[in-house]
Design a protein around this ligand. Structure first.
Ligand code: BDR
Ligand code: CA
Length: 312
């Protein structure tokens, strides 16, 4: 099994990634670091806790992280309620009287020390909290087995500006720090995640045949997310579950194909803010970062249904 420490901003696809991780026997979720992004840090934290509660897994520590990016925009200017809903899970809201305890940021250090060279860090949100962890815990971080980031769009259209993908747009300074300081790094950019489509047929199977604590959630969440995507991308056949794919490839690396480069993100206030790029000139040296570029959709669907229906 893979021990995953997830940095996330739930968020619909983050929530689905959490559900997938909780249901997957090949994954042990060892903590969730919640940050601003799709919603505020407080909302992201409540949403993550609610999912743990539904799964009866509240022993998994929730660690609140960043409330704002390092520089430039206030986080509240860059939430995306039209895609994820005002509270992050479409029409689903955690109960108003939800009571929970959170863990300190230091818990990240404790978790890494408890399982040296075993922890895989997956970041499906803005990079601020992960960059902070890399800076604060620079010694412990060496004992992380691998890093995975959902983010970027390499020579394909962005999803929040013409050039930029939301996670890398949210805090490019932090993303550049992560890109240069995280080892064994894999990225799943829009190049692959935009094809990781959840369809109404898949959701129908989950609601009809599935037997998990999340049954009642999946269909309303999907409806909301799918309708939101259809407004942006006419005729899209489903809704892309970017963050779930990123978690999925940790234990299923062959679902995507990779290239190796050293990606960078454009910083500062310009129209190119958050744009990711690689140097693909023929003479450019090979890089260290593994970038997913091609998705095997059939394998993706099979693996998704196996885990979400608990078939194995
Ligand atoms: C990414 O941005 C977020 O809004 C999604 O949750 C995903 O992590 C896609 O660009
Ligand atoms: Ca996310």
């Amino acid at each position: 099994t893979e021990k995953i420490l997830l940095f996330a901003d739930p968020g619909i696809d983050d929530s689905l990634a959490i559900i997938y991780a909780l249901l997957n026997p090949n994954i042990e979720l060892v903590g969730i670091v919640t940050s601003y992004g799709n919603v505020s840090k407080e909302q992201a934290t409540a949403n993550a806790y609610y999912l743990l509660q539904l799964a009866n897994q509240t022993q998994i520590p929730i660690i609140p992280g960043a409330a704002n990016p390092v520089e430039q925009e206030e986080a509240s200017n860059i939430y995306y309620p039209e895609i994820h809903g005002a509270e992050g899970m479409g029409p689903i809201r955690p109960p108003g009287d939800l009571q929970y305890q959170v863990h300190s940021f230091e818990t990240i250090r404790t978790i890494i020390n408890r399982y040296p060279n075993e922890i895989v860090i997956v970041d499906t949100g803005r990079s601020t909290s992960l960059a902070t962890a890399l800076i604060l815990f620079n010694e412990e971080i060496k004992k992380v087995k691998a890093f995975y980031l959902m983010g970027g769009a390499f020579f394909v259209p962005g999803n929040v500006t013409a050039l930029a993908e939301a996670n890398f747009y949210g805090d490019p300074t932090a993303t550049n720090y992560v890109l240069t300081h995280a080892h064994n790094l894999t990225i799943t950019p829009l190049n692959v995640t935009q094809y990781a489509l959840l369809t109404s047929e898949m959701v129908q199977r989950l609601t009809q045949e599935g037997n998990t604590p999340f049954g009642a959630l999946l269909s309303p969440i999907f409806e909301f997310y799918y309708n939101a995507y259809q407004k942006n991308i006419p005729n899209i056949q489903g809704a892309p579950i970017h963050d779930l794919l990123t978690v999925m490839i940790v234990a299923n690396p062959t679902i995507v194909e990779y290239v190796y480069y050293d990606p960078k993100v454009i910083n500062g206030d310009s129209e190119a803010k958050g744009m990711s790029f690689i140097d693909i000139r023929p003479t450019s040296p090979k890089g260290k970062t593994r970038i997913a570029v091609k998705l095997d959709y059939e394998k993706f669907v099979e693996e998704f249904l196996n885990v979400m229906l608990i078939l194995d």
